[in-house]
Design a protein around this ligand. Structure first.
Ligand SMILES: O=P(O)(O)OP(=O)(O)OP(=O)(O)OC[C@H]1O[C@@H](n2cnc3c(O)ncnc32)[C@H](O)[C@@H]1O
Ligand SMILES: [Mg+2]
Length: 204
């Protein structure tokens, strides 16, 4: 098959979740790894999740000529206004997530539960240069920053994101559960509606 969509992300955690959400379309989707495209994505200098998702999508679309899916996401913490959000991946510099999490918790050590509100946000983009299509969908999930990390599942900031409806952090729930409630699920589930029309209309 020479027609496919490229998934433009380097984050293995995202890839797992997105391929699972879009599992019906798995045979149409190629990751950068599937294509042996060992390249860096461009700097995410946009001012919003949408802009950054589009920067990544456009870069790969221009490079390959194929339709592309990309996303940009982040953790917004009310008490640390503006520090994470679209800067979540860069927060704390080039250190691992154990250290980023330690830094967040250190900054929030005196903050009481009611002021620990946070949300994960995701914007997903489908971009097809040839067909002149740009679709953006979004998702959000509300929770709290836990007092300490719990669970080893998921990726990134999952161990400190406490999700009240399940009484657990995202680090404690399995992929099946995360893909029922997450910001990424919501964004990509909406994008799926579009892919359904596009795919069923034989457009790909
Ligand atoms: O740009 P790409 O290659 O897609 O991968 P990335 O990891 O750099 O991704 P972003 O630029 O979108 O930054 C997202 C940040 O938000 C964090 N994040 C996003 N969704 C998350 C989730 O579901 N669980 C935990 N952390 C998440 C993630 O760890 C990053 O620090
Ligand atoms: Mg990134």
């Amino acid at each position: 098959m020479d027609k496919f969509i490229i998934l433009a992300t380097k984050n293995e955690g995202k890839i797992r979740e997105i391929l699972d959400i879009l599992s019906e379309y798995r045979s149409w989707i190629k990751t950068l790894k599937d294509l042996n495209l060992d390249i860096e994505l461009p700097e995410e200098l946009g001012e919003s999740y949408e802009e950054n998702a589009f920067i990544k999508a456009r870069y790969i679309a221009e490079l390959t000529g194929y339709p592309v899916i990309a996303e940009d996401s982040g953790l917004e913490i009310d008490a640390l206004k503006g520090e994470l959000g679209i800067h979540s991946a860069r927060f704390g510099g080039s250190v691992g997530y154990k250290e980023k999490i330690r830094l967040v918790l250190e900054k929030m050590k005196d903050i009481p539960w009611e002021d620990r509100k946070a949300r994960f946000v995701c914007k997903a983009v489908f971009y097809d240069e040839k067909e002149d299509i740009k679709i953006i969908t979004g998702g959000k999930v509300e929770g709290y920053i836990a007092y300490e990390p719990r669970g080893e599942r998921g990726f990134g900031y999952d161990p400190i994101f406490y999700f009240p409806p399940l009484g657990k952090t995202f680090g404690e729930i399995n992929e099946f559960e995360k893909n029922k409630y997450s910001h990424r699920f919501m964004a990509f589930n909406k994008l799926k509606l579009f892919l359904e029309c596009f795919y069923k209309g034989g457009k790909l």
